[in-house]
Design a protein around this ligand. Structure first.
Ligand SMILES: Cc1cc2nc3c(=O)[nH]c(=O)nc-3n(C[C@H](O)[C@H](O)[C@H](O)COP(=O)(O)O)c2cc1C
Length: 184
């Protein structure tokens, strides 16, 4: 089971990217998570899309095609998802000039998020679910991973809090079970 992990933060010391690294360690047997960086993705522009996807968009779409599922680590900015993540979703929610289907269509997406605040990205995750459904993806509904006060649980890029590690491991196990059930 190959999962594509995407962080909605470009920050070098991002808590959300650290959460993806923890997910790589805690993934259940048979699941492997590859992290895809969004640093080279241009801002969505429909004129550019009509000329053909830029290389970084082609690569992202292919990575999603080849993955069994997508794990999004979602920061919260001003009560919503980051522009970085929304921009990526906008690109992959559409086929573009050279494809028949959108890369995201039908994918089962797993969500987690970390924030130094006390609500742990709950507003951003709610918004992300709506956006993903609009984009034709399915979302993993079983529970939430809301890493609140992330600065106390992620130290030097390592998820150190045992309860959060357990919660993330359970979340990933639930996701693996759902993916396996969908495969039939
Ligand atoms: C523009 C901006 C808006 C933010 N708004 C929120 C917010 O609404 N809720 C929240 O919990 N944290 C908010 N934060 C704090 C972020 O959660 C914090 O910067 C976090 O570290 C970002 O995720 P990252 O560590 O993965 O980069 C905001 C940060 C920025 C830069």
């Amino acid at each position: 089971m190959n999962i594509l992990g995407i962080s909605g933060s470009l920050r070098a010391a991002s808590f959300n990217t650290a959460l993806l690294h923890a997910a790589q360690e805690l993934a259940p047997a048979g699941m492997s998570i590859t992290i895809h960086r969004l640093h080279d993705l241009p801002l969505f522009n429909q004129d550019v899309e009509e000329q053909g996807d830029p290389e970084s968009v082609v690569v992202l779409k292919q990575a999603i095609d080849q993955a069994d599922g997508v794990l999004l680590a979602c920061p919260e900015y001003n009560g919503g998802i980051t522009g970085v993540l929304k921009n990526a979703i906008d690109w992959v929610s559409r086929p573009g000039r050279d494809r028949k289907t959108a890369a995201l269509a039908g994918k089962l997406v797993c969500i987690a998020g970390a924030s130094p605040g006390i609500t742990g990205t709950v507003r951003a995750q709610d918004q992300l679910r709506l956006i993903l459904r609009r984009a034709g993806a399915q979302t993993e509904p079983q529970g939430e991973v809301l890493v609140f006060q992330a600065h106390t649980k992620i130290v030097d890029g390592q998820l150190t809090d045992e309860r959060t590690r357990d919660a993330l491991a359970r979340h990933l196990q639930g996701y693996a079970t759902r993916l396996a059930a969908l495969r039939g």
